[in-house]
Ligand binder design. Structure first.
Ligand code: NAI
Ligand code: MG
Length: 357
């Protein structure tokens, strides 16, 4: 199996966690006799420093020539004074748009051995296994016009969706549900927003193509509460860009840490894989970052871009074994007297576990 992966590690903890994910992918290649090729390119603050732009043309070209793009995180406090379209984060929005993936898959899984780690009670998190399907190319993040008018001291963004944008991402959700527990929860704010009314009507229509899948609709505000109260009630959660961004971070509470969450973006020319977390400037450069979100992202890459399901499962099993053995990075230690591993040490534990599978 041949696979060309572009690695855009980005800023802050991005390079630290990505290095561990790449190491795991190299291990899978070695163990399975696969030919994975890795190229590196700049994005975000690192790219602004080197090229004056958060997404250099060379990065984009390399991305479009690859089979998959593995991204770390972007964002740096150094650039906080810049307008949104010049900041490192603009590079992320640009690469997402250029690659064209519209279905952002964000699993939130309650690892049994991390139950004590969640601020929620174990009986609440027990059995939670959710996958968010977040629409990634529409809504407020991309809608135009948009402006901060400093003279009038007012600002606005545009929330826009078309039926086609909703249909295609809804299909991703229903297809996924078919391979899981046959349930889609669509989250919107149809009592207030026109975009949500279109969303609800369209998702209801798409559901008719999937008679075996149960669909229910929830308002985003009450869903946010149910997510913390009864997470195991949800299977596939389909929602628009901004709601998905917020709710999937909220779901980190179920898993124990933001550093545990992987993601994959599908549907475009080249799939994009990135952990859910950002560049975490507060812990960058200290070896404190949890690499498991990035490593689980590597598993998603194998699953969705290489169709190497067994290898994806092997990585997930290795992570489970490492957690069961009690190994923790600092973010996963909650009032326990566990020894804290550095980013690299945690990567090493997964590497060892993978070699034993
Ligand atoms: P963040 O996700 O970087 O950090 C939030 C909190 O979680 C911090 O306390 C951080 O230390 C912790 N955390 C995050 N990942 C962790 C990991 N792997 N291990 C241990 N702890 C972890 O979000 P924040 O602080 O709101 O944003 C920081 C920068 O990242 C900003 O510039 C933001 O725009 C950017 N960002 C980038 C994203 C991306 O590249 N996909 C996504 C979210 C934010
Ligand atoms: Mg986010």
């Amino acid at each position: 199996m041949k696979l060309k992966v572009l690695v855009v590690a980005g800023d802050g903890i991005g390079p630290e966690v990505t290095a561990e994910a790449v190491r795991i992918l190299r291990t899978v290649a070695e163990l399975g006799g696969h030919d994975f090729e890795f190229r590196n390119a700049l994005i975000g603050g690192a790219a602004i420093k080197a090229h004056g732009t958060p997404l250099p043309e060379s990065t984009l070209e390399a991305a479009l020539e690859s089979d998959a793009v593995l991204l770390g995180a972007v964002g740096s406090n150094e650039f906080n004074a810049l307008p949104p379209d010049k900041r490192p984060e603009a590079g992320l929005l640009q690469i997402r748009q250029a690659l064209g993936g519209y279905g952002n898959l964000r699993p939130a899984f309650a690892w049994p051995s991390l139950a004590v780690n969640s601020p929620l009670k174990p009986e609440v998190t027990d059995g939670a296994d959710i996958i968010f399907v977040r629409e990634l190319l529409g809504g407020l993040y991309f809608g135009t016009p948009r402006e901060w008018n400093r003279e009038t001291n007012s600002a606005y963004n545009t929330m826009r969706y078309t039926r086609d944008e909703i249909v295609r991402v809804a299909r991703v959700a229903f297809e996924l549900a078919a391979s899981r527990r046959q349930k889609v929860t669509s989250v919107d704010k149809a009592n207030v927003l026109e975009t949500s009314q279109l969303w609800r009507a369209t998702v209801t229509e798409v559901a008719k193509e999937y008679p075996g899948i149960a669909l229910d609709h929830q308002y985003v505000d009450s869903f946010a509460m149910h997510l913390m109260n009864i997470p195991r009630n949800f299977d596939v959660v389909l929602t628009e860009n901004l709601f998905g961004d917020i709710l999937s971070d909220e779901a980190a509470v179920i898993t124990g840490s933001l550093g545990m969450l992987p993601s994959a973006t599908v549907g475009g020319k080249v799939n994009l894989y990135e952990p859910v977390h950002g560049s975490a400037p507060d812990i960058a450069g200290k070896g404190l970052a949890n690499p498991l979100g990035a490593i689980l992202t590597a598993a998603m890459l194998l699953r969705h871009s290489a169709k190497l399901e067994q290898d994806a499962l092997a990585i997930e099993t290795a992570v489970r074994k490492v957690l069961e053995a009690g190994y923790r990075t600092a973010d996963l230690v909650r009032g326990e007297s566990k020894q804290k591993l550095t980013t690299q040490e945690m990567g090493q534990k997964v590497f060892e576990a993978l070699n034993e599978i």
